[in-house]
Ligand binder design. Structure first.
Ligand SMILES: [Zn+2]
Length: 195
């Protein structure tokens, strides 16, 4: 756990709340989000910035399955990024829902949290994958997900995360075979822009 100690304040934080920051000497420093924001507020001259820390929330999806989300707020110059991360169990760090919103760092962070919670609830209410005869299939002809690296050092292939579930690239291909002969349109959307 000492791997995740913040070099500035020494606090040992969970991995999702640690930021790796490039140093001028080419190395990297691990900072907790609070110290990252303190440094960024100083560098970007954001006056009287207060680091918002929110407790985790639990939200049900369309099937009533409860998902626990942890929040991370990072100041990026003139924008405050608020993320909600679902920490998947075990060593699977690619699965799980993730949401992000950008807002004005001078506005009330609870307003940003409220907007993010609305976005999360909207997304959780929709299921894009359904089980059919033991296989996962897409429920509609439009579906959303997140692109992640599959974690295999030997290649640079993606996996996708749909409904918070990791789907490996060959399995995703198998799902698409239900639409053999169809055309497709891909739109890539920044996480903070996604409705
Ligand atoms: Zn710190």
């Amino acid at each position: 756990m000492t791997d995740n100690a913040c070099v500035r304040c020494g606090t040992v934080t969970p991995p999702h709340d640690v930021v790796s920051v490039a140093s001028p000497d080419g190395g990297f420093r691990l900072l907790c989000s609070r110290c990252f924001n303190t440094e960024m507020a100083y560098l970007a001259d954001v006056q009287a910035f207060e680091h918002p820390a929110f407790t985790s929330v639990r939200l049900p999806d369309a099937d009533g399955v409860v998902h626990e989300f942890h929040f991370r707020s990072l100041l990026f110059g003139d924008q405050l990024s608020l993320e909600a991360l679902e920490l998947a169990s075990g060593d699977e760090d690619r699965a799980g829902f993730r949401f992000q919103l950008l807002g004005d760092p001078r506005s009330d962070p609870f307003e940003l949290l409220g907007d993010l919670l609305q976005k999360m609830k909207r997304a959780l209410a929709v299921k894009h994958l359904v089980e059919d005869a033991g296989h996962l299939v897409v429920a509609e002809t439009t579906f959303r997900g997140r692109i992640e690296w599959d974690g295999n050092e030997n290649d640079r292939l993606p996996c996708v995360v749909i409904d918070g579930r990791r789907v490996d690239w060959p399995d995703f291909g198998a799902m698409l075979m239900a639409f053999e002969g169809w055309q497709f349109r891909i739109e890539l959307v920044d996480p903070s822009d996604e409705a």
